[in-house]
Structure formats: structure tokens, C-alpha cells
Design a protein around this ligand. Structure first.
Ligand SMILES: [Zn+2]
Length: 384
């Protein structure tokens, strides 16, 4: 099998036809491995499992030798399609209608994986000799899920085996509306807080002997809601706390409840860490209540990998192909970049995110071909 066989659009279709809802790879990793092996890549399958979690299959593939190692990272798993009958085309058919490829994973992010495979194989085919450095793939089937047995564990495995990644491109859909408009060079962190404030139940006619937790919760939530966490900076928008629910579940109209709960999420930039925020949250709660429980879960710290060699190469390649200068941004949700940033420079660039996780997820096939050209230029510039 040579580059000629690796049409990125056809490969995108084949990958979409694998119904790889997290954590199942459903044949997608097998297909990628088959293609990469046929083109001289060394492939290692890395299934991981932990107690009380699903086993997750992962793939690390590499071609060439030594440094620098340019890695493409991505995920073959997809979110569930939802109500299939509401889709215009079957979400796992990979059907193309008027140049538009439909299917779950079309945008996020099977077509980007197909593009990078096609670009890498074209490069390998063209270069054959006189190459120093490594092209690698780190592909997981658990990015949309708990992400416990996926990219994080592969990185630990690489580290244990003294395999170093220098620069990493993640193929997440980074463009809001048009290919080439946005590269991501960092991400905000995300923290969820679950707060329960306790009081004493009592009759509303005798508030002096009751201890109403709702009043205390309101005071806390008011501070959390009004506090300006920062003003943002050149690359990050301001950090933001959103209260997602407030619950008391008290159906009795003449009694105060025993406890009151609120849940909130903070998306924070690089001016905070989850630890600094935890400290602030605890301080606010202590000021307004002596009896509360605050559970905090952190799904990722913020990171910033700065404008550098890799983002410059990606931006130049986009400009060469499309004639536009992409914005270097850090907005949006978290990605596996939160793990990779501890091991490598990270830049994210993929397709258009407008339809991801939605009904009728789709991508224009011209964009798949352009992305392939951009990735090819990136690889060429990177190793030249
Ligand atoms: Zn994704």
C-alpha cells in the first residue's frame, strides 16, 4: 500500500464506519495500524485497564529515528450519536452528499487523523533516505470519556521506555467556522465544585432557633458569582466561574431545610492553578459557614505552550495553503493537551468544530484535502 491508496477522504469515511463510541475502538485502530505498518511505521498497541474502569486500546506508531520527534496525537473514539433517526444520514455510514461528509467523528476528529496519516505517508514516500528524526502517532480511544486509560497512560509508557516526543500536533477541531482561522497554543483549566452547606431544620415562625443553610449558601454563591478572577491576558480570556445548579429540594413551606447545595464550574487561565482556586474557595466558604462540605474535581490544569517554532511552522503552512493568518488562541474546552503539555510542546490544529458532538456532524471534503496539504507542509518544514 502506498500513498496513492491513502486518500484522506476515503480513509475518513472508513474510520467513520467504525462505530467507535468511547471506549471502543471498533476496528478504527486496527485499520490505522494496518495502513501505517504497510508504510514502514512500527506500531505498538497499548491497552490499559485500571480497577473499575473500561479497558482502553491505544496505539503508538513511529517512523524514522531519534530526535526531533514530531508526534500527531488524536482520538478515534466519538461521543454517542444520540437519536439516530434524527440524523439526515446514518451517523456511521460516512456518506458524502454534495461534497459534505456526514458522520459522527467527521469533525471531531477522524478526518483529521486521516489527513495526518495521508500527509505523513506522502512525506515518507517522498523522502525515503536523508531523513533524520521521527514522525509518530499517539492515538487513543478514550478522549471523550474518563480519559484515564488513554493518552495519559501512553505518555507514561513512552516516558518509561525513554521515548521522547519533542513537538506534538493535536488534530482537534480548532477552527470555529473556517479552515485556517485558529490554532490553539494553550487551553484553560477546568474545575468543578460541589458545595453543600448544612444548618438546622426549624419552623419558619421561629427563625431564632433554626439555622437556615439557604441564607448562607446565598451569601457564598453571591461572592463566587461576583468575584472577578482576573482580566485575562494577551492569549487568554478572563477566567470565569459559572454556577450550574442550586438545589434545596424542600417541599415543606413552613420549615427551613437541613442543607442546601450548589454546583459550579471554573474555566481558568494560566494566572491560576487548581490549588490556588481551592484555597480561595475554601476561604469564601469558611467566611460564611462553619458547617459545609466542598468537593472539588479538577479535569485539567490550564497550560500555555507559547508561540514558538511549531506554532510558527503551522501558521506558515496554513498561510501557504489558504492565504490566511490564523489566530493563536487558548479558548474552548480541555483536550488531551492537558496531559501532553507535561512531555512536549503542543499545538492544536484540525478541522472545523461547528458541528462536533451535534446531530448531522459533517465536514466539507475540500477542507479534508486542504488540511492534508497543510499537515504535509508542516512535516516538510519541520524536518527541513
Ligand atoms: Zn475531540
Amino acid at each position: 500500500m502506498t500513498y496513492q491508496d491513502i486518500d484522506p477522504v476515503k480513509l475518513s469515511q472508513s474510520l467513520i464506519q467504525c462505530p467507535s463510541v468511547t471506549p471502543n475502538q471498533a476496528g478504527a485502530l486496527d485499520l490505522i495500524q494496518k495502513i501505517l505498518e504497510a508504510n514502514g511505521f512500527d506500531c505498538t498497541r497499548l491497552p490499559f485497564k485500571e480497577k473499575d474502569t473500561h479497558e482502553v486500546d491505544n496505539l503508538y506508531a513511529c517512523w524514522g529515528n531519534g530526535a526531533p520527534n514530531l508526534c500527531f496525537a488524536g482520538h478515534v473514539d466519538v461521543v454517542p450519536p444520540g437519536e439516530k433517526s434524527l440524523w439526515e444520514e446514518d451517523p456511521f455510514s460516512g456518506k458524502i452528499v454534495n461534497n459534505i461528509l456526514f458522520g459522527r467523528g467527521a469533525a471531531d476528529m477522524k478526518s483529521a487523523i486521516a489527513s495526518f496519516i495521508s500527509a505523513a505517508i506522502k512525506y515518507v514516500d517522498e523522502i525515503k533516505v536523508n531523513h533524520s528524526g521521527t514522525i509518530s502517532f499517539l492515538i487513543t480511544s478514550d478522549e471523550e470519556g474518563p480519559a484515564i486509560n488513554g493518552t495519559k497512560k501512553v505518555l507514561e509508557w513512552l516516558n518509561k521506555n525513554n521515548i521522547k516526543i519533542d513537538d506534538c500536533i493535536i488534530g482537534e477541531p480548532t477552527n470555529p467556522n473556517k479552515l485556517g482561522e485558529m490554532i490553539k497554543i494553550g487551553r484553560r483549566g477546568s474545575l468543578t465544585g460541589r458545595l453543600e452547606v448544612f444548618g438546622k431544620e426549624g419552623h419558619v415562625a421561629y427563625p431564632e432557633i433554626a439555622d437556615n443553610p439557604i441564607s448562607k449558601l446565598i451569601n457564598i454563591v453571591k461572592v463566587l458569582n461576583e468575584e472577578k478572577l482576573d482580566n485575562g491576558n494577551q492569549y487568554f480570556q478572563p477566567s470565569n466561574l459559572e454556577i450550574t445548579t442550586i438545589d434545596v429540594d424542600n417541599e415543606i413551606t413552613n420549615m427551613t431545610p437541613l442543607s442546601a447545595k450548589a454546583v459550579f464550574n471554573i474555566r481558568f487561565n494560566d494566572q491560576h492553578t487548581s490549588d490556588s482556586l481551592k484555597e480561595w474557595l475554601n476561604k469564601v466558604c469558611i467566611q460564611h459557614s462553619e458547617n459545609f462540605k466542598l468537593d472539588i474535581s479538577v479535569s485539567g490544569e490550564s497550560f500555555f505552550s507559547g508561540p514558538g517554532k511549531l506554532s510558527t511552522i503551522v501558521a506558515q503552512s496554513i498561510n501557504d495553503e489558504l492565504g490566511v493568518d490564523p489566530e493563536l488562541s487558548t479558548n474552548g474546552g480541555t483536550s488531551d493537551g492537558r496531559f501532553i503539555k507535561n512531555f512536549s510542546n503542543v499545538v492544536e490544529f484540525g478541522l472545523i468544530g461547528k458541528t462536533m458532538h451535534k446531530l448531522n456532524e459533517n465536514i466539507n471534503i475540500n477542507d479534508i484535502n486542504s488540511l492534508t496539504n497543510i499537515y504535509f507542509k508542516v512535516i516538510k518544514k519541520y524536518f527541513s
